[in-house]
Design a protein around this ligand. Structure first.
Ligand SMILES: [Zn+2]
Length: 250
């Protein structure tokens, strides 16, 4: 079930707005700065289009783009496995924000105000997404760089562990400074880092299984089932489960 509202279609890709986006408007000071909030989400959308169009260049489609209060998600129809391709697709998003910041610079430095704020926001978006941890783009950059050296599965686990560690540190700090939005962001980063890791380990496990190797990422008596596109969970063999099962496809 898709709870998100469709905003429209850009470059042949459906763009959705998640209802939790409305929570953002409840934050103090946001309602008064609505034009800046909308411009920021335009920039987040362009960031996601950067990923989507870079992926398209390598023959990878994008199912849709959804905008959440903390950013956007471009759902690629498949994940690139070649490290060089993953690296370029991951860098395309932050590169868009850097380009916007550079384009705004002359206006920001002479006029200040709105252009200055939007330039600063784009710089933050670029730098935040380059943090070398899942689920940020930097996590994919890190995996692409490490993958050829220690293997894709271990590189993913490493980037996910960095993501979880940062999320816990950021979460504790936000809790102590009584910042509920930041606490929610930390919990989200923690959960998505784990989900990304589980999804990649399942994929690598299926590949190893298909190649006749030991499927070490699946415990005995369990199998991986896909509950949503790209979301995998372990289910006990023989138990009924939602989603399509891959046990027959190995
Ligand atoms: Zn991105």
């Amino acid at each position: 079930m898709n709870l998100s509202w469709k905003l429209g279609r850009v470059a042949g890709i459906d763009v959705f707005l998640h209802p939790t986006f409305l929570l953002l408007l409840l934050l103090p000071g946001v309602a008064e700065r609505l034009p800046l909030v909308l411009a920021t989400f335009g920039c987040v959308l362009l960031h996601e289009l950067g990923h989507a169009l870079a992926a398209r260049r390598f023959g990878i489609g994008t199912a849709d783009i959804t905008l959440y209060p903390i950013g956007g998600v471009a759902r690629l129809t498949r994940m690139p496995r070649a490290p060089g391709v993953e690296l370029l697709i991951a860098l395309a998003g932050p590169a868009v924000n850097l380009a916007i910041a550079v384009a705004l610079a002359p206006l920001a430095l002479t006029g200040g105000g709105f252009a200055m704020d939007l330039m600063a926001i784009n710089l933050v978006l670029a730098l935040f997404n380059l943090i070398p941890a899942f689920p940020m783009d930097g996590g994919r950059v890190l995996r692409a760089l490490l993958g050829g050296w220690i293997g894709r599965a271990r590189a993913t686990s490493f980037a996910a562990a960095v993501g979880r560690t940062l999320a816990v540190g950021f979460g504790v700090y936000s809790l102590l400074s009584l910042a509920p939005f930041q606490v929610a962001l930390a919990v989200f980063i923690y959960l998505v880092a784990g989900a990304e890791e589980a999804s990649v380990l399942a994929e690598e496990g299926r590949r190893a299984g298909a190649a006749g190797n030991v499927d070490w990422s699946t415990p005995a008596g369990y199998r991986w089932v896909q509950t949503h596109p790209g979301v995998w969970r372990l289910a006990r063999n023989g138990s009924a489960s939602r989603g399509s099962s891959w046990s027959g496809a190995r």
